[in-house]
Design a protein around this ligand. Sequence first.
Ligand SMILES: [Fe+2]
Ligand SMILES: [Fe+2]
Length: 169
Amino acid sequence: MAVRSASEGILSDDNSSKRNELIELLKRSYWMEIETVMSYIANSINPDGVRAQEIIESLQADVQEELGHAQQFASRIKQLYGVVPGSLNFNAEQSYLQPPEHQTDIVHVIKGVIEAETGAIEHYNRIIELTDGLDYVTQDMVIAILRDEEAHRRLFEGYLREYEVEGLA
Ligand SMILES: [Fe+2]
Ligand SMILES: [Fe+2]
């Protein structure tokens, strides 16, 4: 006897085209997280100076969180019958998080992190809207990830504020 598909929700046959659309958005999320891991590793090691320490420690912790996000997106891609893409499909986009000319340029790093988190927040809000009434499991997962990204962004906005007050940003 053939195994029957679920009749409701994102795994139903009726929703196969929406499921494929969602898988593509999840793949993009996966790549965004992977690139963020790379950028945060570099930016948690490169910076020099007394004031760099807080940023370094903060980004070191974020590397693990972003890696966890990438793993969650990858699992969900598989659960929706997609395939987690191979590394040859990767395209880098984070021009704003490349190493600055001077490794004491902490403002460059802070602004780059805020840009990366803002991009993630926008993309994840799109997924939350798209999955509404369609895929509550993905929606629930992405809401939890969005909560992390909003916290990251707010933390780095606070760092930037300190430099702005001193006229350094
Ligand atoms: Fe993330
Ligand atoms: Fe983040």
